[in-house]
Design a protein around this ligand. Structure first.
Ligand SMILES: Cc1cc2nc3c(=O)[nH]c(=O)nc-3n(C[C@H](O)[C@H](O)[C@H](O)COP(=O)(O)OP(=O)(O)OC[C@H]3O[C@@H](n4cnc5c(N)ncnc54)[C@H](O)[C@@H]3O)c2cc1C
Length: 434
């Protein structure tokens, strides 16, 4: 490992590898540090269509076909006894950019390895089994402490990018991380065989099912494997006991249509449970550091936005680092402003949907959509990841919000009950954390 570099990137997941690739390609000295060794398991297997633009910029778009399952859209199913399902296709969205009418479902072990190797191909000096244990900003230049090859090593860097995912090294270190009080979520998941896919091209869809305490996903992966999981109130998940697999099947049984599809399912991986993971950092950047991807924030994976957000924020953040390294103060101020504005806008649009996803009125609108004024198309655009730049989508979303408000009046009693339950669960979660 060198003693000095231009940029140190902590974490070799999608955010870190994207940042490292882009900067190394420009000719900067980049050191990419990953504590694990690829290929390693990671949850988050469903990509979004707008991620394809970034993968194309990296020159990796064509490699996805050999890696994943073609994802044309998504379907949403209620938990009512009589099945009510609605399917969307991403190529129906408003203003579909070239190549963004579909996405891919990937095993993250393979996808992340591809991105990590690519960073090295672009010229980044990449190290695995290299855990950053500290960053000292006291002197003029940040200094990282790295545990690698059985020894503690020091690395000075002109700029530090934290892409450590939920490890959130810097925001925890600076005391900036805050739990999301509006929306607590936890999850349990595993891989299964013998789960039937949807027919035809829809066989690559992600399927989402509502149930009383949250929602369920089914993501078809290569080799006939289905990733299945449930995202739920943390309070509900705490009741799981020791038999996590039994608890997952019990949870799936809360939606009869999901249960029917899982009738012949056989687990091919251990079932994993993960606690509340909704958080954000009160600050995303400082003079010589920047947070990208999950290291900055994470809400809820219902719309499969995590990997896209990780790569998108890395791509935007690369402009900040470039300007800082060039000593171009005005460009750096501009890039920081753009980063804040676009990240905030994307997160705001997405959170509006995420927080309301369990609400009866939103469920009704998802299952009975109208395309009046292109509303259905604009919602599909959001689900495809068109969150940051498109004024046509944003204008229609304002109208959609109005319709949601009116629909909520109709579902008021159900909504009050659902909100009370969410707040009660969030409070219990905070009390327990305290
Ligand atoms: C239940 C669940 C389901 C999800 N489903 C989806 C989905 O379907 N689609 C989707 O897009 N997203 C999904 N996500 C979100 C997705 O997993 C993340 O948003 C995404 O992986 C973020 O990428 P990242 O690069 O920011 O972080 P990560 O992918 O977590 O990468 C961070 C890397 O940093 C390394 N690291 C951590 N600490 C250190 C350290 N100190 N030193 C060195 N290296 C370190 C880690 O080993 C890791 O490799 C889901 C998340 C959850 C919890």
């Amino acid at each position: 490992m060198p003693e000095r570099t231009d940029v140190a990137v902590i974490g070799g997941g999608p955010a870190g590898a994207t940042m490292a690739s882009l900067l190394a390609r420009d000719g900067h000295r980049v050191v990419l540090l990953e504590k694990d060794e690829h290929p390693r398991f990671h949850i988050g297997e469903s990509l979004l269509p707008h991620n394809m633009k970034i993968l194309r910029e990296l020159g990796l778009e064509d490699r996805l076909a050999g890696l994943g399952v073609f994802k044309p859209g998504a379907d949403f199913t209620s938990d009512a006894a009589r099945e009510k399902r609605h399917e969307i296709r991403f190529d129906e969205a408003l203003d579909v950019p070239d190549g963004c009418g579909h996405a891919w479902q990937v095993r993250r072990s393979e996808f992340d390895r591809m991105l990590f190797d690519h960073a090295a191909d672009c010229g980044a000096r990449s190290f695995q089994k290299a855990r950053v244990t500290g960053v000292d900003f006291e002197g003029g230049e940040p200094e990282l402490t790295v545990r690698h090859a059985g020894a503690e090593q020091r690395l000075k860097s002109r700029f530090v990018v934290d892409a450590s995912g939920r490890g959130a090294l810097l925001s925890k270190r600076f005391g900036l991380q805050q739990r999301n009080r509006e929306h607590g979520t936890a999850a349990l998941y595993g891989h299964f065989r013998n789960v039937p896919r949807r027919r035809g091209e829809a066989g690559g869809n992600i399927s989402i099912y509502w149930f009383e305490h949250g929602w369920i996903w089914m993501i078809p992966l290569a080799d006939g494997v289905m990733s299945v999981g449930a995202v739920c109130d943390p309070a509900y998940l705490r009741g799981r006991g020791r038999d996590v697999e039994g608890f997952l099947f019990g949870t799936l049984a809360l939606n009869p249509h999901a249960a029917e599809r899982m009738k012949t399912a056989e687990p091919v991986s251990p079932i994993t449970a993960t606690g509340n993971y909704s958080y954000f950092s009160r600050q995303m950047m400082g003079g010589k550091w920047l947070l990208v991807g999950d290291a900055g924030m994470f809400v809820d994976p219902v719309f499969s936005s995590g990997v896209f957000f990780a790569m998108y924020s890395a791509r935007l953040g690369a402009d900040i680092v470039r300007a800082e390294l060039a000593g171009d103060v005005r460009a750096a101020v501009r890039a920081r402003k753009t980063y804040r504005r676009k990240v905030r806008r994307g997160v705001r649009e997405l959170c509006w949907f995420i927080y309301r996803f369990p609400a009866p009125a939103m469920r009704h609108l998802f299952l009975n959509p109208s395309n009046l004024f292109g509303l259905r198309q604009s919602v599909i655009s959001v689900l495809a990841g068109d969150l940051h730049d498109n004024p046509r989508v944003r204008r229609r979303l304002r109208l959609f919000r109005l319709i949601y408000a009116l629909t909520s009046l109709r579902f008021m009693p159900d909504a009050i009950r659902a909100r009370r339950r969410r707040l009660r669960n969030a409070r219990m979660e905070l009390d327990n954390a305290a």
